[in-house]
Design a protein around this ligand. Sequence first.
Ligand code: BGC
Length: 718
Amino acid sequence: MKRTVLFVLCVATLVLQAVGRGSASAEDRYINKLLSQMTLEEKVTLLHGNSTFYVGGVPRLGIPEWAMSDGPHGVRAEFNRHDWQYAGWTTDSATYLPTGTAIAATWNVDLCRSRGETLGEEARWRGKDVLLGPGVNIIRSPLCGRNFEYLSEDPYLAGELAAAYVAGLQSRHVAACVKHFAANNQERWRLENSSQLSARALHEIYLPAFKAAVTKGGSLCVMSGYNRVNGIFCAENALLARDILKGEWGFEGVYMSDWGAAQSTVASALNGLDVEMGTWAGHYDDWYFSRALLQAVRAGEVPMSVINDKVRRVLRVMYRTRMIGGQRRFGPGSINTAEHQHEAYREAAESIVLLQNTGGVLPIEKSSISSVAVIGDNATRCHSFGGMSSEIKTPYEVTPLQGLQDRLAGTAIDVRFAQGYVAVPRDSVVATAVADSLIAQAVAVARASDVAIVCCGLNHYYDAENVDRDDMALPYGQAALIQAVSRANPRTIVVVVAGSPVDLVSPSLCAPALVWCWLGGMEVGHALADVLLGEVNPSGKLPFTVGYTLDQYGPHALGCFPGNEREVTYDEDIYVGYRWFEAKGLPALYPFGHGLSYTQFAYGEPKLSASSIAQGDTLTVSVPVTNIGGMAGKEVVQLYVEDVACSVDRPRKELKRFAKLALQPGQTSQAVFMLTAADLAFYDERQARWTAEPGEFRIHLGASSADVRQCVSFTLAP
Ligand code: BGC
């Protein structure tokens, strides 16, 4: 009997292996056949844009055009094919999801996956084959204009979330294009300057999110940055593209240029660029990977094998997204459905971070108030169509004011609005008399109301592509407004609408409650109202450190941001975000990972599966967490590793795992984490590889990088 079972198992395994091999080789066979039928001209057609967002196809062989769209938090409206004007369609509005830092603040991998699925559905509906996202560059400085599109200052958090997004998106047979590879951490001089950084900083901080998106998420495309890394443009950087991405990580997909980021023909072709995309609409023949590439091949400067490899990659992505190969596609997709709008709501609701809540101001008890003052330009401003390439034409956007009005409709509570400040483009000036009179109006409304909610922060004049901010200050005199309103009404709640770290010192001192709701997508107003009114228990956690001052952050303390048009040196090296704050013993106003709840969580005794592990072993760490308050809530349990003694300097803590637990009042759950030696390693520049040195390691378990609740140690055996 046993033998028969074994025999059946063996046969089944062999059949499965054969099927597996069969499908892999079916892909190869299909691609090889196409390739063998293509002329050089046809091959080159597949390697560069033929319009703003398309790459040409080969109709006689059934190879379609390749359609792309921005990304990363919605499918962008349609452009004219040959210029940068919107096409004016009436069918291209799309779900506007919370932007990068907002989704990162959820610390929820499952939500990132469903975000990807939603985006995939919408991209399919719009006939797009590649969505240009997620953006995973590290938030190195609070001032980078594109922080709002990115995820975190922490490479592990960014990588986990990005991998889930990619997997979700690609499950709908739309390719992800993770961007901007690599070390593209500022907008100033982004087209020319060089990020000068150590191999260690590159490997430990700036590459891991890309690596996770590629190796764990399976991203089929990667977009180059505009910048140079250590002197070499990303689009022609052999170390980045050829050696690391395609070599070490085994990336089988397409490395494409950011729009206009290619700078050469031969160097780019030889060093790993596969597809050139561009902004010089209308001059496609003049692009580097067009006529010039044909000539380079004919002159023997670029071998045919290199071209074939690139074409194979394009066809592979097409095959895997079922554009070719006679495979059934996933379905027509769907757009602007109630389900997608609910996805926007769920993400927004989980992204909201309760920064501070003294005196029990939040949640607002509806029965205890009869009026609420909603103040500030961000109470009524729509943010969807801003920020540049990530702008979304959305069918609607619920602002904070609208959200509160909707949720309080039918009650006796009077919602009053005051403008508070004028939001003008940067460098425009608002007359002092106007600003003063708006503050006076806001104060009067706040004084006459039971609760005051000031919606402050940034907008897309500040959180924007192509421009960095000059400082962390809240623009438009908002600090003064918040002070005046807080003085007029002790129950003042400050709502921060921003995608990047801002200066919250003064608001934190004068207002009892602070809530961060980000650039939170089309449903943010409803999500915010539900958090403020206690219908949703906040569970977001900061994906970056909010310091007291700008010069607390490494690049600013060292004066190396933004550098000059030639280069920016990363003198802080691996000490980015909380790594720097902790190394320097600096307090943060709101540390990385911070976020309060309306309930409380207690962390019990952690347990390890062993007190010592060997290099190949797995260590299991578990910690019981109990909801000891009176409301159901979610806690993000964070696990940081500390290398107690090491031959090189290491951060005090590095995030290595996290888990979001949903707990009813009184309920206890275990957060269970598995670690291997790889999680203990640093990038050893002397040996040019990752190394975990034997010795003692300490595990910090807590509710933020600064709020460690439990510690436990183990050793890595030699
Ligand atoms: C941006 C990319 C974007 C591309 C296409 C570039 O300027 O850097 O993120 O995907 O334009 O719009």
